[in-house]
Design a protein around this ligand. Structure first.
Ligand code: C2O
Ligand code: CU
Length: 555
Protein backbone atom coordinates (compact mmCIF):
# COMPACT_ATOMS: atom_id res chain seq x y z
CA UNK A 1 0.00 0.00 0.00
CA UNK A 2 1.20 3.48 -0.76
CA UNK A 3 1.69 6.00 1.98
CA UNK A 4 1.83 9.63 0.99
CA UNK A 5 5.02 11.07 2.43
CA UNK A 6 3.63 13.99 4.32
CA UNK A 7 0.14 15.34 4.68
CA UNK A 8 -0.65 18.85 5.88
CA UNK A 9 -2.61 19.23 9.10
CA UNK A 10 -6.31 19.84 8.94
CA UNK A 11 -7.54 22.42 6.48
CA UNK A 12 -10.79 24.36 6.34
CA UNK A 13 -13.36 22.87 4.01
CA UNK A 14 -13.36 24.82 0.79
CA UNK A 15 -16.77 26.38 0.11
CA UNK A 16 -16.94 26.91 -3.65
CA UNK A 17 -17.98 30.30 -5.03
CA UNK A 18 -21.47 30.53 -6.44
CA UNK A 19 -22.57 31.34 -9.99
CA UNK A 20 -26.08 32.67 -10.46
CA UNK A 21 -28.08 34.73 -12.92
CA UNK A 22 -29.16 34.05 -16.49
CA UNK A 23 -25.72 33.59 -18.03
CA UNK A 24 -22.96 31.60 -16.35
CA UNK A 25 -19.42 30.79 -17.37
CA UNK A 26 -17.60 27.57 -16.68
CA UNK A 27 -14.13 26.91 -17.93
CA UNK A 28 -12.60 23.47 -17.61
CA UNK A 29 -8.89 23.92 -17.11
CA UNK A 30 -5.73 22.26 -15.88
CA UNK A 31 -4.68 22.97 -12.34
CA UNK A 32 -2.37 21.83 -9.61
CA UNK A 33 -2.87 21.34 -5.90
CA UNK A 34 -0.33 20.92 -3.10
CA UNK A 35 -2.02 18.04 -1.27
CA UNK A 36 1.32 16.89 0.17
CA UNK A 37 4.02 19.20 1.48
CA UNK A 38 6.35 20.38 -1.27
CA UNK A 39 4.75 18.36 -4.04
CA UNK A 40 2.24 19.41 -6.70
CA UNK A 41 -0.55 17.13 -7.90
CA UNK A 42 -1.86 17.71 -11.43
CA UNK A 43 -5.64 18.23 -11.40
CA UNK A 44 -8.46 19.67 -13.48
CA UNK A 45 -11.31 21.92 -12.38
CA UNK A 46 -13.94 24.42 -13.50
CA UNK A 47 -12.78 28.03 -13.07
CA UNK A 48 -10.30 26.80 -10.43
CA UNK A 49 -7.63 24.16 -9.84
CA UNK A 50 -9.90 21.38 -8.67
CA UNK A 51 -13.69 20.90 -8.40
CA UNK A 52 -15.90 23.84 -9.48
CA UNK A 53 -18.19 26.67 -8.41
CA UNK A 54 -21.72 25.99 -7.17
CA UNK A 55 -24.35 26.84 -9.77
CA UNK A 56 -27.47 28.39 -8.23
CA UNK A 57 -30.60 28.01 -10.37
CA UNK A 58 -34.14 29.15 -9.79
CA UNK A 59 -37.05 27.05 -10.93
CA UNK A 60 -38.84 28.65 -13.88
CA UNK A 61 -35.90 30.81 -14.94
CA UNK A 62 -33.99 30.61 -18.18
CA UNK A 63 -30.29 29.99 -17.97
CA UNK A 64 -27.45 29.85 -20.46
CA UNK A 65 -24.26 28.16 -19.39
CA UNK A 66 -21.17 28.95 -21.41
CA UNK A 67 -18.79 26.04 -21.06
CA UNK A 68 -15.31 26.37 -22.44
CA UNK A 69 -12.97 23.46 -22.68
CA UNK A 70 -9.43 24.64 -22.03
CA UNK A 71 -7.99 21.16 -21.84
CA UNK A 72 -6.07 19.57 -24.67
CA UNK A 73 -8.54 16.68 -24.74
CA UNK A 74 -12.27 16.46 -25.48
CA UNK A 75 -14.89 16.59 -22.77
CA UNK A 76 -18.66 16.89 -22.28
CA UNK A 77 -20.58 18.42 -19.39
CA UNK A 78 -23.64 16.72 -17.92
CA UNK A 79 -26.14 18.29 -15.48
CA UNK A 80 -26.74 15.25 -13.30
CA UNK A 81 -30.37 15.08 -12.16
CA UNK A 82 -31.70 18.06 -14.14
CA UNK A 83 -34.71 17.61 -16.41
CA UNK A 84 -33.41 19.15 -19.63
CA UNK A 85 -33.67 18.21 -23.31
CA UNK A 86 -31.24 15.57 -24.51
CA UNK A 87 -29.33 18.18 -26.57
CA UNK A 88 -28.76 20.22 -23.42
CA UNK A 89 -28.04 17.21 -21.23
CA UNK A 90 -24.33 17.00 -22.00
CA UNK A 91 -24.20 13.25 -22.57
CA UNK A 92 -21.47 11.43 -24.49
CA UNK A 93 -22.79 12.63 -27.89
CA UNK A 94 -22.41 16.30 -27.04
CA UNK A 95 -18.65 16.56 -27.25
CA UNK A 96 -16.87 19.82 -26.52
CA UNK A 97 -13.62 19.48 -28.44
CA UNK A 98 -10.38 20.72 -26.90
CA UNK A 99 -10.25 24.50 -27.07
CA UNK A 100 -13.93 24.91 -27.96
CA UNK A 101 -17.14 26.09 -26.30
CA UNK A 102 -20.64 24.78 -25.74
CA UNK A 103 -23.52 26.98 -24.57
CA UNK A 104 -26.69 25.13 -23.67
CA UNK A 105 -29.76 27.24 -22.75
CA UNK A 106 -32.73 25.86 -20.90
CA UNK A 107 -35.59 26.60 -18.53
CA UNK A 108 -35.08 25.26 -15.03
CA UNK A 109 -37.90 22.77 -14.48
CA UNK A 110 -36.55 21.00 -11.43
CA UNK A 111 -37.68 21.12 -7.85
CA UNK A 112 -35.53 22.72 -5.19
CA UNK A 113 -32.74 20.32 -4.45
CA UNK A 114 -29.09 19.43 -4.78
CA UNK A 115 -27.79 18.31 -8.16
CA UNK A 116 -24.32 18.24 -9.67
CA UNK A 117 -22.35 18.49 -12.87
CA UNK A 118 -19.53 16.37 -14.23
CA UNK A 119 -18.04 15.31 -17.59
CA UNK A 120 -19.59 12.39 -19.46
CA UNK A 121 -17.15 11.68 -22.27
CA UNK A 122 -17.44 8.01 -23.15
CA UNK A 123 -14.52 5.99 -21.76
CA UNK A 124 -13.06 9.11 -20.12
CA UNK A 125 -15.65 9.93 -17.47
CA UNK A 126 -13.80 8.17 -14.67
CA UNK A 127 -10.50 9.85 -15.53
CA UNK A 128 -11.91 13.38 -15.79
CA UNK A 129 -13.99 13.13 -12.62
CA UNK A 130 -11.09 11.56 -10.71
CA UNK A 131 -8.80 14.42 -11.72
CA UNK A 132 -11.25 16.91 -10.22
CA UNK A 133 -13.94 17.87 -12.73
CA UNK A 134 -17.26 18.17 -10.84
CA UNK A 135 -19.35 20.76 -9.05
CA UNK A 136 -22.67 21.36 -7.29
CA UNK A 137 -25.94 22.68 -8.68
CA UNK A 138 -28.45 24.04 -6.16
CA UNK A 139 -31.99 24.61 -7.40
CA UNK A 140 -34.28 26.95 -5.47
CA UNK A 141 -38.04 27.24 -5.74
CA UNK A 142 -40.96 29.00 -3.98
CA UNK A 143 -42.11 25.93 -2.14
CA UNK A 144 -38.75 25.46 -0.48
CA UNK A 145 -38.50 29.20 0.28
CA UNK A 146 -41.64 29.05 2.38
CA UNK A 147 -40.17 26.51 4.75
CA UNK A 148 -38.15 27.46 7.77
CA UNK A 149 -34.91 25.85 6.66
CA UNK A 150 -31.28 26.97 6.83
CA UNK A 151 -30.44 28.36 3.39
CA UNK A 152 -27.62 30.86 3.80
CA UNK A 153 -24.92 29.37 1.60
CA UNK A 154 -21.67 28.74 3.45
CA UNK A 155 -23.12 30.01 6.77
CA UNK A 156 -25.76 27.47 7.77
CA UNK A 157 -26.17 25.64 4.45
CA UNK A 158 -23.07 23.76 3.31
CA UNK A 159 -22.30 21.80 0.14
CA UNK A 160 -20.10 18.78 0.88
CA UNK A 161 -18.89 16.61 -2.01
CA UNK A 162 -17.24 13.48 -0.66
CA UNK A 163 -14.78 11.67 -2.89
CA UNK A 164 -12.28 8.94 -2.18
CA UNK A 165 -9.15 9.22 -4.31
CA UNK A 166 -5.97 7.27 -4.88
CA UNK A 167 -2.53 8.85 -5.09
CA UNK A 168 0.56 7.19 -6.54
CA UNK A 169 4.03 7.32 -5.01
CA UNK A 170 4.67 10.45 -7.08
CA UNK A 171 1.59 12.04 -5.41
CA UNK A 172 -0.31 12.10 -8.70
CA UNK A 173 -3.94 10.96 -8.87
CA UNK A 174 -4.42 7.37 -9.98
CA UNK A 175 -7.28 6.33 -12.23
CA UNK A 176 -8.76 2.85 -12.58
CA UNK A 177 -7.58 1.59 -9.25
CA UNK A 178 -9.06 0.17 -6.07
CA UNK A 179 -6.52 2.05 -3.94
CA UNK A 180 -8.78 5.05 -3.32
CA UNK A 181 -7.79 5.42 0.32
CA UNK A 182 -7.86 9.17 0.94
CA UNK A 183 -10.99 11.26 1.42
CA UNK A 184 -11.44 14.66 -0.20
CA UNK A 185 -14.30 16.99 0.66
CA UNK A 186 -14.81 19.68 -2.01
CA UNK A 187 -11.25 18.89 -3.12
CA UNK A 188 -9.72 19.29 0.36
CA UNK A 189 -7.82 16.49 2.06
CA UNK A 190 -8.30 16.12 5.82
CA UNK A 191 -10.93 18.86 6.05
CA UNK A 192 -12.71 20.53 8.94
CA UNK A 193 -15.73 22.81 8.83
CA UNK A 194 -16.68 25.58 11.26
CA UNK A 195 -20.40 25.35 11.90
CA UNK A 196 -22.72 27.48 14.08
CA UNK A 197 -24.51 26.09 17.17
CA UNK A 198 -27.97 25.83 15.57
CA UNK A 199 -29.72 23.71 12.97
CA UNK A 200 -27.45 23.43 9.93
CA UNK A 201 -28.12 21.96 6.52
CA UNK A 202 -25.56 19.75 4.83
CA UNK A 203 -25.91 19.01 1.13
CA UNK A 204 -24.08 15.74 0.76
CA UNK A 205 -22.89 14.35 -2.57
CA UNK A 206 -21.06 11.09 -3.11
CA UNK A 207 -18.85 12.10 -6.04
CA UNK A 208 -16.63 9.04 -5.79
CA UNK A 209 -15.95 6.91 -8.80
CA UNK A 210 -16.86 3.67 -6.98
CA UNK A 211 -17.02 3.86 -3.20
CA UNK A 212 -20.23 3.70 -1.19
CA UNK A 213 -20.28 5.68 2.08
CA UNK A 214 -22.32 4.76 5.14
CA UNK A 215 -22.46 8.18 6.77
CA UNK A 216 -23.10 8.89 10.42
CA UNK A 217 -21.96 11.21 13.17
CA UNK A 218 -19.98 10.34 16.24
CA UNK A 219 -21.95 8.71 19.05
CA UNK A 220 -24.80 7.93 16.67
CA UNK A 221 -26.05 11.48 16.83
CA UNK A 222 -29.45 11.80 15.17
CA UNK A 223 -29.83 13.81 11.98
CA UNK A 224 -32.76 14.37 9.62
CA UNK A 225 -32.78 13.74 5.91
CA UNK A 226 -34.93 16.37 4.19
CA UNK A 227 -34.15 15.79 0.51
CA UNK A 228 -33.11 12.96 -1.78
CA UNK A 229 -31.69 13.23 -5.31
CA UNK A 230 -34.55 15.16 -6.92
CA UNK A 231 -35.83 17.37 -4.12
CA UNK A 232 -37.49 17.58 -0.74
CA UNK A 233 -38.97 14.58 1.02
CA UNK A 234 -42.52 14.95 2.31
CA UNK A 235 -41.29 14.79 5.91
CA UNK A 236 -37.86 14.93 7.53
CA UNK A 237 -36.63 11.39 8.20
CA UNK A 238 -34.66 10.86 11.44
CA UNK A 239 -31.55 8.77 10.84
CA UNK A 240 -28.31 7.74 12.48
CA UNK A 241 -26.89 6.29 9.26
CA UNK A 242 -27.22 7.39 5.66
CA UNK A 243 -25.88 5.21 2.90
CA UNK A 244 -24.79 7.35 -0.03
CA UNK A 245 -23.79 5.64 -3.28
CA UNK A 246 -21.85 7.16 -6.18
CA UNK A 247 -23.89 9.91 -7.84
CA UNK A 248 -26.41 10.17 -4.99
CA UNK A 249 -27.21 13.34 -3.02
CA UNK A 250 -28.95 13.89 0.28
CA UNK A 251 -29.73 17.03 2.23
CA UNK A 252 -29.67 16.58 5.99
CA UNK A 253 -30.39 18.81 8.97
CA UNK A 254 -28.24 18.54 12.05
CA UNK A 255 -29.18 20.22 15.32
CA UNK A 256 -25.99 21.60 16.89
CA UNK A 257 -27.75 23.99 19.30
CA UNK A 258 -26.34 22.40 22.45
CA UNK A 259 -22.88 21.60 21.09
CA UNK A 260 -21.18 25.01 21.05
CA UNK A 261 -17.38 24.74 21.52
CA UNK A 262 -17.50 21.03 20.77
CA UNK A 263 -16.20 19.14 17.81
CA UNK A 264 -18.03 16.33 16.13
CA UNK A 265 -16.91 13.94 13.40
CA UNK A 266 -18.75 12.87 10.29
CA UNK A 267 -17.66 9.30 9.57
CA UNK A 268 -18.34 6.53 7.12
CA UNK A 269 -19.20 3.35 9.01
CA UNK A 270 -17.80 1.07 6.35
CA UNK A 271 -17.72 -1.87 8.76
CA UNK A 272 -21.53 -1.98 8.61
CA UNK A 273 -21.76 -2.20 4.81
CA UNK A 274 -22.84 -5.58 3.50
CA UNK A 275 -20.34 -7.54 1.46
CA UNK A 276 -21.05 -7.13 -2.23
CA UNK A 277 -21.01 -3.34 -1.91
CA UNK A 278 -17.83 -1.44 -2.88
CA UNK A 279 -16.58 -0.17 0.48
CA UNK A 280 -17.52 -3.25 2.51
CA UNK A 281 -14.87 -5.63 3.77
CA UNK A 282 -15.29 -7.73 0.65
CA UNK A 283 -16.65 -6.62 -2.73
CA UNK A 284 -18.65 -9.84 -3.15
CA UNK A 285 -19.84 -12.88 -1.21
CA UNK A 286 -17.74 -15.18 -3.31
CA UNK A 287 -14.22 -15.77 -2.01
CA UNK A 288 -12.70 -15.87 -5.50
CA UNK A 289 -14.60 -12.90 -6.80
CA UNK A 290 -12.50 -9.99 -5.67
CA UNK A 291 -10.99 -6.81 -7.04
CA UNK A 292 -7.24 -6.42 -7.47
CA UNK A 293 -5.76 -4.43 -4.55
CA UNK A 294 -9.17 -4.16 -2.86
CA UNK A 295 -7.90 -5.95 0.25
CA UNK A 296 -4.92 -3.57 0.43
CA UNK A 297 -7.19 -0.58 0.80
CA UNK A 298 -7.61 0.11 4.51
CA UNK A 299 -10.88 1.99 3.98
CA UNK A 300 -12.69 -1.18 2.97
CA UNK A 301 -14.77 -2.63 5.78
CA UNK A 302 -13.58 -0.05 8.31
CA UNK A 303 -14.99 3.09 9.89
CA UNK A 304 -13.14 6.23 8.90
CA UNK A 305 -13.41 9.98 9.22
CA UNK A 306 -14.90 12.12 6.47
CA UNK A 307 -14.91 15.58 8.05
CA UNK A 308 -14.62 17.32 11.43
CA UNK A 309 -17.32 19.79 12.39
CA UNK A 310 -16.18 22.44 14.88
CA UNK A 311 -19.17 24.09 16.50
CA UNK A 312 -18.90 27.84 17.11
CA UNK A 313 -21.39 30.57 18.08
CA UNK A 314 -24.73 30.73 16.25
CA UNK A 315 -25.19 33.17 13.39
CA UNK A 316 -27.91 35.80 13.22
CA UNK A 317 -31.53 34.54 13.12
CA UNK A 318 -30.60 30.91 13.54
CA UNK A 319 -33.02 28.12 12.66
CA UNK A 320 -33.32 26.09 15.86
CA UNK A 321 -36.00 23.53 15.12
CA UNK A 322 -36.48 20.71 12.66
CA UNK A 323 -39.69 21.23 10.66
CA UNK A 324 -42.29 18.52 11.14
CA UNK A 325 -43.28 18.36 7.49
CA UNK A 326 -41.95 19.68 4.19
CA UNK A 327 -43.86 19.17 0.95
CA UNK A 328 -46.64 17.07 -0.56
CA UNK A 329 -44.99 15.24 -3.39
CA UNK A 330 -47.10 12.45 -4.88
CA UNK A 331 -45.32 9.46 -6.35
CA UNK A 332 -46.56 7.94 -9.63
CA UNK A 333 -48.86 4.97 -9.15
CA UNK A 334 -48.03 1.56 -10.46
CA UNK A 335 -51.55 1.11 -11.85
CA UNK A 336 -50.92 4.09 -14.16
CA UNK A 337 -47.89 2.47 -15.78
CA UNK A 338 -48.27 1.55 -19.42
CA UNK A 339 -44.98 -0.27 -19.93
CA UNK A 340 -42.54 -2.40 -17.99
CA UNK A 341 -38.92 -2.69 -18.98
CA UNK A 342 -36.53 -5.24 -17.64
CA UNK A 343 -32.87 -4.29 -17.49
CA UNK A 344 -30.64 -7.18 -16.52
CA UNK A 345 -27.00 -6.65 -15.48
CA UNK A 346 -24.56 -9.44 -16.28
CA UNK A 347 -20.84 -9.78 -16.77
CA UNK A 348 -19.97 -9.66 -20.47
CA UNK A 349 -18.25 -12.99 -20.03
CA UNK A 350 -18.91 -15.45 -17.23
CA UNK A 351 -16.12 -16.13 -14.79
CA UNK A 352 -15.34 -15.75 -11.10
CA UNK A 353 -13.52 -12.45 -11.43
CA UNK A 354 -15.74 -10.97 -14.12
CA UNK A 355 -18.70 -11.37 -11.75
CA UNK A 356 -17.21 -8.53 -9.68
CA UNK A 357 -14.80 -6.74 -12.03
CA UNK A 358 -16.83 -6.76 -15.22
CA UNK A 359 -16.93 -5.56 -17.86
CA UNK A 360 -20.67 -5.60 -17.29
CA UNK A 361 -23.47 -5.31 -19.82
CA UNK A 362 -27.15 -4.40 -19.61
CA UNK A 363 -29.55 -6.72 -21.45
CA UNK A 364 -26.58 -8.35 -23.12
CA UNK A 365 -25.39 -5.16 -24.82
CA UNK A 366 -22.24 -3.20 -24.24
CA UNK A 367 -22.61 0.56 -24.75
CA UNK A 368 -22.53 1.57 -28.39
CA UNK A 369 -22.82 5.27 -29.31
CA UNK A 370 -24.58 4.29 -32.55
CA UNK A 371 -27.15 1.96 -31.06
CA UNK A 372 -30.41 3.15 -29.50
CA UNK A 373 -31.27 0.56 -26.88
CA UNK A 374 -34.74 1.77 -26.01
CA UNK A 375 -37.42 3.91 -27.68
CA UNK A 376 -39.89 5.40 -25.25
CA UNK A 377 -43.20 6.85 -26.41
CA UNK A 378 -43.68 10.40 -25.11
CA UNK A 379 -45.92 10.55 -22.02
CA UNK A 380 -45.24 6.93 -21.08
CA UNK A 381 -45.37 6.06 -17.42
CA UNK A 382 -43.03 3.11 -17.03
CA UNK A 383 -41.91 0.60 -14.47
CA UNK A 384 -38.24 -0.25 -14.82
CA UNK A 385 -37.36 -3.60 -13.37
CA UNK A 386 -33.62 -3.85 -12.71
CA UNK A 387 -32.14 -7.29 -12.17
CA UNK A 388 -28.53 -7.61 -11.03
CA UNK A 389 -27.07 -10.99 -11.98
CA UNK A 390 -23.54 -9.99 -10.96
CA UNK A 391 -21.71 -10.36 -7.64
CA UNK A 392 -21.39 -6.65 -6.84
CA UNK A 393 -24.02 -3.96 -6.18
CA UNK A 394 -24.36 -1.29 -8.90
CA UNK A 395 -25.68 2.27 -8.49
CA UNK A 396 -28.07 2.67 -11.45
CA UNK A 397 -28.67 6.18 -12.81
CA UNK A 398 -31.03 7.43 -15.50
CA UNK A 399 -30.92 10.83 -17.21
CA UNK A 400 -33.91 13.08 -18.01
CA UNK A 401 -36.24 11.94 -15.22
CA UNK A 402 -36.61 11.47 -11.50
CA UNK A 403 -38.16 8.19 -10.36
CA UNK A 404 -39.84 6.65 -7.33
CA UNK A 405 -38.60 3.31 -6.02
CA UNK A 406 -41.40 0.73 -5.84
CA UNK A 407 -39.37 -2.00 -4.20
CA UNK A 408 -35.86 -3.30 -3.55
CA UNK A 409 -35.58 -7.10 -3.49
CA UNK A 410 -39.36 -7.09 -3.34
CA UNK A 411 -39.60 -4.93 -0.21
CA UNK A 412 -40.83 -1.36 0.17
CA UNK A 413 -37.82 1.00 0.35
CA UNK A 414 -36.96 2.79 3.61
CA UNK A 415 -38.77 6.13 4.09
CA UNK A 416 -35.77 8.25 3.12
CA UNK A 417 -35.70 6.46 -0.26
CA UNK A 418 -39.38 7.02 -1.07
CA UNK A 419 -38.91 10.49 -2.57
CA UNK A 420 -37.59 11.67 -5.91
CA UNK A 421 -34.50 9.73 -7.00
CA UNK A 422 -32.17 9.46 -9.95
CA UNK A 423 -29.71 6.91 -8.53
CA UNK A 424 -30.50 3.62 -6.83
CA UNK A 425 -28.20 0.85 -5.64
CA UNK A 426 -29.21 -2.53 -7.07
CA UNK A 427 -28.23 -5.35 -4.69
CA UNK A 428 -25.98 -8.14 -6.01
CA UNK A 429 -26.62 -11.83 -6.75
CA UNK A 430 -30.06 -11.65 -8.34
CA UNK A 431 -31.02 -8.47 -6.49
CA UNK A 432 -33.84 -6.42 -7.95
CA UNK A 433 -35.09 -2.86 -7.89
CA UNK A 434 -38.32 -1.67 -9.47
CA UNK A 435 -38.97 2.02 -9.97
CA UNK A 436 -41.65 4.05 -11.70
CA UNK A 437 -41.13 7.19 -13.77
CA UNK A 438 -42.72 9.28 -16.50
CA UNK A 439 -41.29 10.60 -19.78
CA UNK A 440 -43.42 13.65 -20.40
CA UNK A 441 -41.11 16.09 -22.21
CA UNK A 442 -38.34 16.41 -24.74
CA UNK A 443 -39.13 14.01 -27.54
CA UNK A 444 -36.07 13.86 -29.78
CA UNK A 445 -35.32 11.07 -32.20
CA UNK A 446 -31.73 12.14 -32.75
CA UNK A 447 -29.96 12.73 -29.44
CA UNK A 448 -30.43 9.99 -26.85
CA UNK A 449 -30.36 10.09 -23.07
CA UNK A 450 -28.24 7.70 -21.03
CA UNK A 451 -28.93 5.18 -18.30
CA UNK A 452 -25.92 3.55 -16.69
CA UNK A 453 -24.07 2.31 -13.67
CA UNK A 454 -22.61 5.28 -11.76
CA UNK A 455 -19.49 3.34 -10.81
CA UNK A 456 -17.56 5.26 -13.40
CA UNK A 457 -15.19 2.45 -14.37
CA UNK A 458 -18.21 0.23 -15.05
CA UNK A 459 -19.83 2.98 -17.12
CA UNK A 460 -16.64 3.56 -19.11
CA UNK A 461 -16.38 -0.21 -19.69
CA UNK A 462 -19.79 -0.21 -21.37
CA UNK A 463 -22.33 -0.64 -18.55
CA UNK A 464 -24.54 1.99 -20.14
CA UNK A 465 -27.42 2.18 -22.58
CA UNK A 466 -29.29 4.97 -24.32
CA UNK A 467 -32.92 5.80 -24.97
CA UNK A 468 -34.81 8.24 -27.10
CA UNK A 469 -38.22 9.65 -26.32
CA UNK A 470 -40.45 9.64 -29.40
CA UNK A 471 -43.58 11.67 -30.02
CA UNK A 472 -45.96 9.42 -32.03
CA UNK A 473 -47.85 12.47 -33.29
CA UNK A 474 -44.83 14.11 -34.88
CA UNK A 475 -42.83 10.98 -35.54
CA UNK A 476 -41.69 10.44 -39.10
CA UNK A 477 -42.89 6.85 -38.73
CA UNK A 478 -46.50 6.33 -39.81
CA UNK A 479 -48.39 4.93 -36.80
CA UNK A 480 -50.52 2.80 -39.16
CA UNK A 481 -47.32 0.96 -40.06
CA UNK A 482 -46.71 0.11 -36.45
CA UNK A 483 -48.39 -3.19 -35.89
CA UNK A 484 -47.53 -5.40 -32.98
CA UNK A 485 -45.22 -8.03 -34.42
CA UNK A 486 -45.84 -10.50 -31.60
CA UNK A 487 -49.05 -12.56 -31.69
CA UNK A 488 -51.39 -14.03 -30.65
CA UNK A 489 -51.62 -12.35 -27.27
CA UNK A 490 -52.63 -14.03 -25.01
CA UNK A 491 -50.89 -17.11 -26.34
CA UNK A 492 -51.61 -20.79 -25.73
CA UNK A 493 -48.81 -22.58 -27.54
CA UNK A 494 -47.20 -21.10 -30.65
CA UNK A 495 -46.09 -17.47 -30.56
CA UNK A 496 -45.27 -15.79 -33.85
CA UNK A 497 -42.75 -13.00 -34.00
CA UNK A 498 -42.35 -10.92 -37.17
CA UNK A 499 -38.87 -9.55 -37.54
CA UNK A 500 -37.66 -6.84 -39.88
CA UNK A 501 -34.03 -7.85 -39.67
CA UNK A 502 -31.81 -10.35 -37.83
CA UNK A 503 -32.58 -10.00 -34.14
CA UNK A 504 -31.93 -11.35 -30.70
CA UNK A 505 -35.02 -12.44 -28.80
CA UNK A 506 -35.06 -12.74 -25.03
CA UNK A 507 -38.06 -13.90 -23.09
CA UNK A 508 -38.26 -12.91 -19.45
CA UNK A 509 -40.77 -14.04 -16.91
CA UNK A 510 -42.33 -11.08 -15.09
CA UNK A 511 -40.14 -12.00 -12.09
CA UNK A 512 -37.14 -10.97 -14.19
CA UNK A 513 -35.90 -14.48 -14.86
CA UNK A 514 -34.52 -15.03 -18.36
CA UNK A 515 -36.40 -18.04 -19.81
CA UNK A 516 -35.18 -18.14 -23.36
CA UNK A 517 -32.58 -16.40 -25.49
CA UNK A 518 -32.29 -17.00 -29.23
CA UNK A 519 -30.99 -15.27 -32.30
CA UNK A 520 -32.94 -15.32 -35.51
CA UNK A 521 -32.30 -14.25 -39.04
CA UNK A 522 -35.73 -15.46 -40.22
CA UNK A 523 -38.42 -12.96 -41.03
CA UNK A 524 -40.91 -15.00 -39.06
CA UNK A 525 -39.82 -16.72 -35.88
CA UNK A 526 -42.06 -19.27 -34.14
CA UNK A 527 -41.64 -19.86 -30.44
CA UNK A 528 -43.29 -22.83 -28.81
CA UNK A 529 -44.59 -21.73 -25.41
CA UNK A 530 -46.59 -24.86 -24.62
CA UNK A 531 -44.41 -25.72 -21.64
CA UNK A 532 -44.30 -22.19 -20.21
CA UNK A 533 -46.19 -21.75 -16.97
CA UNK A 534 -49.15 -19.37 -17.15
CA UNK A 535 -48.38 -15.74 -16.46
CA UNK A 536 -46.92 -12.54 -17.80
CA UNK A 537 -43.77 -12.56 -19.94
CA UNK A 538 -41.73 -9.86 -21.59
CA UNK A 539 -40.21 -10.31 -25.00
CA UNK A 540 -37.15 -8.21 -25.65
CA UNK A 541 -36.41 -7.99 -29.36
CA UNK A 542 -33.14 -6.37 -30.32
CA UNK A 543 -31.87 -5.73 -33.81
CA UNK A 544 -28.99 -3.58 -35.03
CA UNK A 545 -30.96 -0.37 -34.66
CA UNK A 546 -33.14 -0.68 -31.61
CA UNK A 547 -34.67 -2.76 -28.92
CA UNK A 548 -38.36 -3.20 -28.12
CA UNK A 549 -40.16 -4.85 -25.28
CA UNK A 550 -43.53 -6.56 -25.64
CA UNK A 551 -45.68 -7.80 -22.85
CA UNK A 552 -47.42 -11.10 -23.51
CA UNK A 553 -49.68 -13.31 -21.44
CA UNK A 554 -49.38 -17.08 -21.52
CA UNK A 555 -52.69 -18.77 -20.76
CU1 C2O B 1 -23.83 11.49 -13.04
CU2 C2O B 1 -24.87 9.86 -16.57
O1 C2O B 1 -24.28 10.69 -14.85
CU1 CU C 1 -21.59 -1.04 -11.87
Amino acid sequence: MMIPFMVFGQQALFIPDTLSGSSLNLSLQNGEVEFFVGSMTQTIGYNQDIFGPTIILEKGNEVTINVSNNLTTNTTLHWHGLHVSSENDGGPHTIIPAGENWSPSFTVLDQAGTYWYHPHLHEKTEEQVTKGAAGFIIVKDDQELQLELPRTYGKDDFPIAIQSKAFGTDNQLLTNTALDNLILCNGILNAFLDVPAQVVRLRLLNGSTERVFNLGFQEDMMFYQIASDGGLLNNPVPLTRLRLVPGERAEVLLDLTSLQEESIELLSYGSELQNGIYGAERPSFMPFATIVEYEDNLLNGTDFKILNLNVGPPVLNPVTTIPSSLVNDEPFLERDANATRIITFRPKQMGPTSMVNGPFVMNGQSFDLDFINIEIPLNNTEVWHLVNMTAIAHPFHIHDVQFYILDINGATPPTNMQGRKDVVLVPPMGGTVRFITRFDDFADEVTPYMYHCHMLSHEDDGMMGQFIVTDQTTSTKNPADIQLPVYPNPVNDLLTVDLASPSAIQIYHSSGQLIEHRRSSNLVEKINMTDYISGVYFLNITNLKSSHIYKIVKN
